[in-house]
Ligand binder design. Structure first.
Ligand code: ARG
Length: 600
């Protein structure tokens, strides 16, 4: 609420080019908040920091919402808000919190956003990298939808290419109903390895496995009907595996969002031809390549993007060029997000630049690589199992739930078996997802069960615990509360807190009196602005930080301000405040794709 006003003031004082400056709004010891931007701006605008601060204050439109504005120290701007104004805004928020509504605010223009995420490969284990693009992508999708944008999920699965010759031959040889074929669902990497071993150990006779596999590739590429049918069944089998992971994670991807590499195959020849005809692609060492501007190799020579290999086959870059055409022309996207591992950055930037040069990606359409950092093991290397094979994702998720179960068993023996099982699942899965989301998406982090399951610090369980605690307070207050009961993944973004059943505090006005109430109130008022920033910058970790702080502020409030034991009117007010915090916690967690347990 203050940030846009401060930005407007900075723009007015120093010029439009400064509008996007981070105003550096922080809690203050002496006022409600302090704005620290003047210090960083001072140099740029050639003024002493205190003078820069004065210029900002002069331009700041606060129309009566502050009772105190003060410049202190080297150039801090301290603001003290009018209590009535805080109460009004807060109560307005509480009144509308019941019904989910677009959080975009008037300044957000609804866009058509394509989000390419998850995108695992058929007959390969989904590794923790895929887990992270799945989790981060799904959160971005939910936030963007909550902001009122139209979001189109695209799961660009790896379902095409030469390995499918050997995969299909292996699959036919073992029989679709065999236990080995079932590996495709239970342990896809083992299935792949088995096919690979056959291929590597095969002789090259006319009837050999290797020869059949090669012929199968040709048959697949020439869209031979029978081959396509087998291929489709193999891919469908693999989808069972993907969907099992998605269901366990509560991720909103469905089969209808799959637009795999294969779906672009019919367009690739034409695409290459167009680039060649327009002089954007030329043959180099037998392969057709583009040389997008701004990319050079170590030798200073233009870096090639191979779009047709010397054997005539198309590759990953060609399909990705096709994704851009499809998403712009068919899906009418004006924002395309590739939530993909950081190591693919050069690839994606070259693809995007080529598409710009070809005129397939107009300047009005944004295309961004949301880079996903690696998940590391405790040894600081890419996470692997002890035997060096890729970690089985399902086993990892099972272990998270098991560990959470041990904690819940110990801490809540009063709960029924079923209740403990539900909580353990929500906490275990929530912890893994939160760990993925709470650090910058482009930074690496170490996968550590103990840390992610800890009940203190910026963790999923800490935020979930705050929500469960409020639920328990509200139950004790004699409320029948059921918040956020909508199943995750059903209707992401809209499955937020519904009306509170049997709610009696609705309508009670929140009075903001104690300092702890005030701090909590001010933070609640930043909710919408936080979501907008997450949507703009594509950074879910900001939502985690917001919820973590909300949980901490709630804890201090609850330590300092009695709720259940307070006098009638104070009690009503504080219960209404608790209810609003619960709404924001469950809604915020839902936007991260994380459930809020009933009991913890
Ligand atoms: N299947 C790829 C992989 O596992 C990720 C695809 C990402 N999306 C894309 N349009 N390139 O690395």
């Amino acid at each position: 609420m203050v940030v846009p006003r401060v930005q407007a003031a900075i723009a007015q004082a120093f010029g439009e080019e400064f509008r996007d400056t981070d105003p550096v709004v922080r809690p203050s010891q002496f006022a409600d908040i302090q704005i620290n931007a003047a210090m960083a701006l001072a140099k740029k605008v050639g003024l002493p920091p205190r003078d820069a601060a004065a210029r900002i204050v002069e331009a700041l439109e606060l129309d009566g919402l502050c009772t105190g504005v003060e410049i202190s120290g080297p150039g801090f701007i301290n603001l003290t808000f009018d209590g009535t104004w805080i109460e009004e805004l807060l109560n307005a928020q509480a009144d509308t919190a019941q019904a989910p509504q677009p959080q975009g605010g008037p300044e957000t223009q609804a866009r058509r956003v394509v989000v390419d995420y998850s995108s695992p490969n058929v007959a390969k284990e989904m590794h923790v990298g895929h887990l992270r693009t799945t989790v981060v992508g799904d959160s971005l999708v939910r936030v963007l939808e909550a902001l009122g944008h139209t979001v189109m999920r695209q799961n660009h699965i790896g379902d095409w290419g030469t390995p499918f010759g050997m995969l299909i031959e292996h699959w036919l040889e073992i029989g679709e109903d065999s236990p080995e074929a079932a590996l495709l669902v239970e342990d896809p990497s083992a299935f792949y390895q088995a096919a690979r071993a056959k291929f590597d150990n095969s002789d090259s006779g006319p009837d050999s496995f290797a020869t059949r596999a090669r012929l199968r590739v040709v048959s697949l590429q020439s869209a031979h009907e029978e081959t396509l049918e087998v291929w489709q069944r193999l891919v469908d089998h693999s989808k069972v595996y993907f969907n099992a992971i998605y269901a366990t994670l509560g991720v909103s991807l469905e089969d209808e969002h799959i637009a795999g590499e294969s779906s672009y195959d019919p367009h690739l020849a034409q695409l290459c031809q167009e680039l060649e005809e327009r002089g954007l692609a030329r043959v180099s060492e037998g392969a057709l390549c583009t040389f997008p501007a701004g990319f050079t190799g170590r030798d200073g020579e233009p870096l090639p993007l191979i779009i047709r290999k010397s054997d005539g086959g198309y590759g990953y870059a060609t399909t990705d060029l096709a994704t851009i055409r499809y998403r712009v022309h068919e899906l009418h996207a004006d924002r395309i997000l590739y939530v993909v591992g950081a190591p693919q950055n050069v690839h994606l930037r070259m693809v995007i630049e080529t598409a710009r040069e070809a005129g397939w990606l107009p300047d009005t359409v944004e295309a961004t690589h949301v880079q996903i950092g690696n998940v590391l093991g405790e040894d600081g290397k890419i996470l692997k199992s002890r035997s060096g094979t890729p970690v089985k994702l399902m086993a990892l998720l099972d272990e998270a739930v098991e560990r959470a179960r041990a904690v819940v068993d110990a801490s809540r023996p009063d709960l029924s078996e079923d209740e403990r099982a539900v909580t353990a699942r929500q906490v275990g899965i929530g912890a893994v997802k939160y760990a993925d989301l709470s650090v910058g998406h482009d930074t690496e982090y170490v996968f550590d069960f103990d840390r992610m399951l800890a009940l203190s610090g910026n963790t999923g369980p800490y935020v979930q615990y705050a929500a469960a605690r409020i639920r328990s307070i509200l139950r004790k207050a004699g409320e029948a509360v059921s918040v956020g009961g909508a199943p995750l993944g059903a209707e992401p973004g809209t499955a937020v807190a519904g009306p509170l059943e049997g709610e009696t505090t609705a309508g009670a006005r929140i009075a903001v009196v104690e300092p702890a109430e005030r701090a909590l109130a001010l933070h609640l008022l930043e909710y919408g602005a936080t979501l907008r920033r997450v949507g703009e910058l594509l950074e879910p970790h900001r939502l985690c930080a917001y919820l973590f702080e909300l949980s901490q502020l709630f804890t201090s409030f609850y330590d300092q301000c009695p709720v259940l034991k307070a006098d009638e009117s104070v009690r009503e007010s504080r219960l209404a405040l608790c209810t609003l915090v619960l709404h924001r916690l469950t809604e915020g967690l839902d936007l991260l794709g994380i459930e809020a347990p009933e009991n913890m």
